[in-house]
Design a binder for this molecule. Structure first.
Ligand code: NI
Length: 189
């Protein structure tokens, strides 16, 4: 089932998400729905807060980047209760987008490598290092679990310039072809 995506400005995107205690049919269904939603919306990552669940879970598939970033090929993964252990490598800038912020993108600088501990979809624990575009997507999605969006990582000057755009997104005045929950939608008479 394709789920509605929460738009920027919604309180759930500001919360630090809670650990998932145990595997369940509900969690497995949620993972399936999140992948379905991510592919439907043509995203490369989706975090549970974006579908209005404040739990530590995100899904990703960096395959669409493979032509420019070969390390992204075939990397389709589920991260449950992830904890970033270390960020390292040369910081680099990439124009990020987000399903919660439709119709915009901004240059964001992040370290190139991430060492992360997480449970996969079978609740098996891993500690793994990722590089390049994969590390980029992981850091972006992980931010959602920490109550952050990528616009929290751009300069305050730049963010100020985007103020109207961000308000329009939260009010639903945005061109988007998937279902969204707008926190500040005005009801017109
Ligand atoms: Ni995002």
């Amino acid at each position: 089932m394709v789920l509605p995506v929460v738009a920027y400005g919604h309180p759930v995107l500001k919360h630090v998400a809670e650990d998932i205690e145990e595997n369940s049919p509900e969690i497995q269904q949620l993972i399936a729905d999140m992948f379905e939603t991510m592919y439907y919306t043509e995203g490369v990552g989706l975090a549970a807060p974006q579908i209005n669940k404040s739990i530590r879970l995100f899904v990703m598939d960096s395959d669409p980047f493979k032509d420019k970033y070969p390390e992204g090929a075939g990397v389709k993964k589920v991260f449950i209760n992830p904890e970033i252990i270390e960020l390292s490598g040369e910081p680099w800038t990439f124009r990020e987008g987000c399903l919660s912020l439709p119709d915009m993108g901004e240059d964001v600088e992040r370290p190139s490598k991430v060492l992360i501990n997480y449970l996969d979809e079978n609740f098996v624990e891993h500690e793994e290092e990722f590089d390049g575009i994969v590390a980029r997507v992981i850091q972006h999605e992980y931010d959602h679990l920490e109550g952050k969006c990528y616009v929290d990582r751009i300069s305050s000057m730049r963010k100020m310039l985007l103020k109207n755009k961000l308000r329009n997104i939260s009010e639903g005045n945005v061109d988007v072809d998937y279902k969204m929950i707008f926190p500040n939608k005005k009801h017109r008479r």
